[in-house]
Design a protein around this ligand. Structure first.
Ligand code: HEM
Length: 155
């Protein structure tokens, strides 16, 4: 059961970040200011209320599962988690909140786009780290092969 919960929360948390990231890029590029403001509001409510518990559940269930596992892959996953959590709580959440406030007030100035850029960089970083955690997890459970098959040696 914890393994299933970890799989589901890990994948959903990653999809959540991916959805925020892609929708942000698309609305910034092609949407009106009203569309950007609407998206910023949705990312805060209900977005953050879904993403933060999912992330905590993925990390918590992962730490629980790690009690009975040893090795390089589990160590790498453990090391990445503090960066994912700090990046999420100290960068992504505050950025989402201030961007929502500024967008609601129609304040799309240089500071807005600077913070937007920081949010996108932090989002891409977390997507990468979570993707690596998902890859290593799938390798640990045998759903993903460890490395590509080696080419047959020439005689
Ligand atoms: C948000 C970050 C994380 C994501 C996206 C993630 C994703 C995954 C996925 C997709 C699996 C495969 C599950 C399956 O095939 O049933 C897995 C397995 C696993 N994960 Fe994570 N994980 C994350 C964080 C962590 C953390 C922080 C730890 C703690 C070290 C951890 C420990 C494990 C362990 C031990 C397994 C293997 C379970 C088993 O074989 O019984 N994960 N993870």
């Amino acid at each position: 059961m914890p393994k299933r919960a970890h799989f589901i929360t890990g994948i959903l948390a990653s999809l959540c970040i991916a959805a925020f990231f892609l929708s942000t890029i698309l609305t910034e590029l092609f949407g009106s200011h009203a569309a950007v403001a609407q998206l910023k509001s949705l990312i805060v409510t209900p977005g953050l209320w879904i993403m933060v518990p999912l992330m905590a559940a993925a990390g918590g269930s992962g730490m629980f599962l790690a009690k009975s596992r040893k090795g390089r892959l589990v160590d790498a996953k453990k090391k990445r988690m503090p960066f994912i959590a700090a990046n999420g709580l100290l960068v992504l959440v505050p950025c989402a909140i201030v961007l929502n406030r500024w967008a609601a007030a129609g304040s799309f100035d240089t500071t807005f786009y600077l913070v937007q850029a920081i949010e996108l960089i932090a989002g891409a970083t977390n997507l990468t780290l979570m993707g690596l955690n998902a890859r290593d997890g799938l390798r640990m459970t045998g759903r993903l092969r460890n490395s590509p098959p080696t080419a047959a040696k020439a005689p």
